[in-house]
Design a protein around this ligand. Structure first.
Ligand SMILES: Nc1nc2c(c(=O)[nH]1)N[C@H]1C(S)=C(S)[C@@H](COP(=O)(O)O)O[C@H]1N2
Ligand SMILES: [Mo]
Length: 363
């Protein structure tokens, strides 16, 4: 007893462990792929996009094995003082960021729902991931050896990597099974990983702003909505001139890791566009916040979207975007622009919006 699991582990390691230099470069490749899939997943709102989340999870778990191989090989450089050098500090920081990213990722899948200061555990995970990229680059620049030809061209190596990925997929399945058996809160996550916020109205879901957007409450008596751009008759409407008579249930899924289903009420964008008489060349509709934050939707999709003044039969609170916010079903939360004061009909898409959402609100 006790001996067998150890022997089994040894054999598993022998089967799965790639040559050392390949382990190092694989760690880099996985960090880059995790960054790419992680960032890309922020834009995915439709259930058909599930593969990117799965890939991110499988690679993350394969990373645990690769890191284990690496640490087993280099641990003396960390534990023996005589091996310490300047680059050891970078190695230790890289290791800490890696462990932080892995631990928060795994804890998130189990449904651990704590906040660290203002941030959800998922946002902390993203933070660790983003600092990891420059750290890994720095770490490699001081230590990297290019792989040898002998490291490639081997069927065995291919089998090892396939084994790592299959192992990652099975481990993730196992973690999901554990969620079900142990009835953890992780079981309620959407395919995006987001956890539910139950209830209806302003108080039932968090106020979330992206980086620095935080305007003063808007004066309802002086606010107006402008509809302009590729239209024959531009509009400027006060709050009293708007009839919030369309309503719809829609799911808001924030990339910081929560979602809520609410009944939203307001003005259908298509009705506004008809009133303004849209030109034939129009292709996109841009929704602009008083803070400068903005997002564009293709015109057909925009027509179906709602400019909400109410949520769950309550008037929108300031934090949730009063007097008017975009409700864009099938889009991630960061595209649901709050505190809207302009709707611009345009011929072209707006790539700069990606940058603007990050920097709006900074003086
Ligand atoms: N103007 C503006 N709109 C915004 C944001 C922002 O920072 N500024 N944050 C977005 C993000 S990240 C999300 S998830 C939703 C959150 O809406 P809520 O604060 O009502 O929950 O609003 C979006 N709309
Ligand atoms: Mo968000």
């Amino acid at each position: 007893m006790g001996y067998r699991p150890v022997a089994f582990l040894r054999r598993a390691v022998a089967v799965l462990e790639p040559p050392p230099r390949l382990v190092d470069w694989s760690l880099l490749v996985v960090v880059l792929l995790e960054t790419a899939t992680g960032l890309y997943s922020f834009t995915v709102a439709a259930a058909s996009g599930w593969p990117v989340f799965w890939l991110h999870r499988i690679l993350g778990l394969a990373f645990v094995a690769l890191l284990g191989f690496k640490l087993a090989r280099v641990r003396h450089r960390l534990t023996r003082r005589e091996h310490w050098q300047a680059s050891t500090l970078v190695s230790v920081l890289t290791l800490l960021a890696t462990l932080g990213a892995l631990a928060t990722g795994v804890a998130w899948v189990f449904g651990l729902d704590i906040r660290i200061a203002y941030w959800t555990l998922l946002s902390v995970h993203v933070g660790f991931g983003l600092v990891l990229v420059p750290l890994v680059g720095w770490h490699l620049s001081s230590r990297a050896r290019l792989p040898d030809r002998d490291d490639f061209h081997r069927r065995r190596t291919t089998i090892k990597y396939a084994g790592l990925l299959v192992g990652g997929a099975l481990t993730y399945r196992g973690q999901e099974l554990a969620n079900r058996v142990l009835d953890t809160p992780g079981e309620d996550r959407r395919f995006t990983g987001s956890q539910p916020r139950e209830g209806s109205g302003n108080g039932s879901f968090p106020v979330t702003s992206w980086v620095a957007d935080d305007p003063e409450p808007i004066d309802r008596s002086t606010w107006s909505l402008t509809v302009a751009g590729e239209v024959a008759s531009p509009l400027e409407l006060s709050l009293d001139a708007l009839a919030p008579d369309s309503s719809e249930e829609a799911l808001l899924d924030c990339t910081s890791g929560w979602y809520t289903i609410q009944r939203w009420r307001g003005v259908r964008v298509g009705d506004l566009l008809d009133a303004a008489d849209v030109a034939e060349e129009a292709r996109f509709v841009r929704f602009v916040s008083v803070t400068g934050y903005r997002w564009s939707l293709p015109i057909a999709e925009a027509r179906d979207a709602l400019l909400a003044t109410h949520v769950g039969d309550e008037r929108l609170s300031h934090g949730h975007g009063a007097p008017m916010r975009l409700v864009a079903p099938g889009r991630r939360g960061f595209q649901w622009v709050k505190w809207i004061h302009r709707v611009e009909v345009r011929q072209r898409d707006d790539p700069a919006q990606w940058l603007v959402t990050l920097i709006s609100g900074f003086e």
